[in-house]
Design a protein around this ligand. Structure first.
Ligand code: BGC
Length: 380
């Protein structure tokens, strides 16, 4: 009797060890060299793996999400973001693949803004305007990195000090971004910052998603839902006009899941200005909810689903209209027009010049803090 019990117990222990081994139950973080920055600074790549075997690779150059491997409906893992095999690709990149964006995500009109009566002049790197922080935004910086404990997954803390006057912005801005790959198959990004002088801040991540995998064609068959009743129409320089326009009756109505390709080439004036979708949506918030669903994307062939949750008031939906095939990414794949989509959670573009938009000002003594979650699952 005793012997049989002992055999059963050892059998059970052996079985559970084998299962744990097969699914990588405990998760891990591994660091390796990713090359050097143009200034000769060493750049590292951290590969975070959760207990389900989902993997996120993050580079200290630009805080870039280099790859994100999640299962399809048959459990087969595959990369769902565009990017490059080494740091050199990111150094020459002009499309912000996977990068952390700052000090100000998206555009500031006429490359200037006024705070307390003082006008700050920024670099013009997008026609007359400033885009994604200027000529050397946070996407071109080497970030400090530290593995930190996480309750439910693997976490990496990145830090960067953006000096007073950098790209024309006032104040020493101390920035901290924590990437957590949770055991619920989420990539959670927590952004925080403090300043020693009044400034403006708008941080985001610029991952280009293709849920069928980079190189699998365009994203026009992806089915998208956005929790937004309004969007911010733009002028010819893609600067918001200040209007919050109803999506109802326009190609911007994604309140019901709709294929991205259904209206991307329509003759709507706003679609024409963007060359497709390149617009900020005003997110519907549920009162009292600390974080809300912003968007949901389904890729019908693989069954992969991406949900975007955020504390931010807006999301920039961009259909990769400016990708022209000149960037050759991972495995030599050429990144062509509309081969990926971005859902950049943010405050609205040009907020520093738009008094009616939610404020992006940060004062000394305050703490900027936002959270965005990219959650992966599958459906039949
Ligand atoms: C902008 C696009 C821009 C792209 C840069 C997006 O956030 O809205 O207009 O071309 O970033 O790759």
């Amino acid at each position: 009797m005793k012997r049989r019990l002992w055999i059963t117990i050892t059998g059970a222990i052996l079985m559970s060890t084998l299962t744990a081994g097969a699914t990588g139950k405990s998760g891990s973080t591994k660091k390796s060299s990713f090359g050097k920055s143009p200034d000769g600074e060493p750049v590292d790549l951290y590969v975070l793996t959760n207990k389900n075997g989902v993997e996120a690779a993050i580079s200290t150059y630009g805080g870039v999400v280099v790859s994100l491997k999640v299962p399809d409906r048959n459990g087969k893992p595959g990369d769902v973001v565009l990017g490059f095999d080494s740091v050199d690709g990111y150094v020459s990149d002009k499309s912000y693949f996977g990068a952390l964006i700052g000090r100000y995500g998206n555009r500031i009109g006429h490359a200037q803004f006024t705070l307390d009566g003082k006008t700050y002049t920024l670099a013009k790197n997008n026609g007359e305007n400033t885009l994604h922080g200027g000529i050397k935004g946070f996407n071109k910086a080497v970030w400090g990195a530290k593995e930190i404990p996480a309750k439910n997954g693997q976490a990496l803390e990145l830090s960067y000090l953006s000096k007073d006057g950098e790209e024309g912005f006032p104040g020493n801005l101390s920035v901290r971004v924590v990437y957590t790959l949770t055991d619920s198959n989420e990539l959670k990004i927590e952004y925080s910052a403090t300043t020693d002088k009044k400034t403006v801040v708008n941080l985001t991540n610029h991952s280009y998603f293709n849920l069928a995998g980079p190189g699998s064609g365009d994203i026009l068959g992806h089915v998208l839902m956005i929790e937004g009743d309004k969007f911010t129409p733009v002028d010819s320089g893609l600067i918001p006009t200040g209007e919050l326009r109803d999506v109802a009756g326009t190609p911007f109505d994604f309140r019901k899941p709709t294929a991205i390709g259904a209206r991307v080439d329509s003759d709507d004036e706003q679609i024409k200005l963007g060359g497709g979708y390149d617009h900020n949506f005003v997110l519907r918030r549920k009162a009292g909810d600390p974080i809300s669903l912003a968007a949901r994307v389904v890729e019908p062939k693989t069954g992969r689903v991406l949900e975007v949750w955020t504390t931010e008031p807006g999301v920039q939906f961009y259909t990769g209209n400016f990708l022209d095939g000149s960037a050759h990414g991972k495995g030599g794949i050429s990144y062509t027009k509309r081969s990926a989509l971005c859902l950049e959670t943010q405050h609205f573009p040009d907020s520093p010049n738009q008094p009616k938009f939610p404020s992006t000002e940060l004062k000394p003594g305050e703490r900027y803090h936002t959270t965005t979650i990219y959650k992966f699952s599958t459906e039949k």
